[in-house]
Design a protein around this ligand. Structure first.
Ligand code: ZN
Length: 168
């Protein structure tokens, strides 16, 4: 999970069937996003279906994403809870910029861009991080990371693997 993924170069039937599997896996796990390396494929692809602060769910597929977040005076950190389908059932506070824009290409190689606030901003950053070999535990303080791993260990004992999580 700490290895950066490779860029997608072939927008073929194999890619489309991988993306269909990722979407199905995300919904089965009740996550809001999923990166290809979470299902063992080292390609830069993520899928998401996630609410923003407007209450609406936004969904899409992004290959080869680049994420931009506000800098300087426009940068406001949101202190929301974050989880990850790779650590089911565990959530900790993870400060992140409250807005994010992702650009990349879709499953046909056509340019796409998604942006948003709320949980969507968090999700777009979290999934792009995965593809760059960064897991959100890397962005936590030592103490928060400890809490996260403890919670993950506890919930893997008490819940089945498909325990719903608002995570990606
Ligand atoms: Zn994750």
């Amino acid at each position: 999970m700490h290895e950066p993924c490779r860029a997608v170069t072939a927008f073929d039937a194999a890619l489309h069937s991988l993306i269909a599997d990722m979407v199905a896996t995300m919904y089965a796990a009740e996550g809001v996003g999923l990166a290809a390396n979470q299902v063992g494929v080292g390609l830069k692809i993520f899928v998401f279906d996630c609410p923003a602060d407007d209450g609406y769910f936004h969904h899409g597929v992004v290959c080869n994403p680049t994420v931009r977040v506000p800098t300087g005076r426009d940068r406001v950190l949101d202190d929301g809870d974050e989880g990850c389908l790779s650590l089911p059932g565990a959530f900790v506070t993870c400060p992140r910029p409250d807005f994010a824009e992702v650009t990349g290409v879709d499953l046909f190689g056509e340019p796409v861009s998604y942006s948003g606030d709320g949980l969507l901003a968090r999700c777009l950053q979290h999934e792009t991080d995965h593809l760059d070999g960064i897991v959100f535990a890397d962005r936590l303080s030592k103490r928060a990371r400890k809490t996260l791993l403890k919670e993950a260990a506890r919930s893997s004992e008490s819940f089945p693997a498909d325990w719903p999580a608002t995570a990606g």
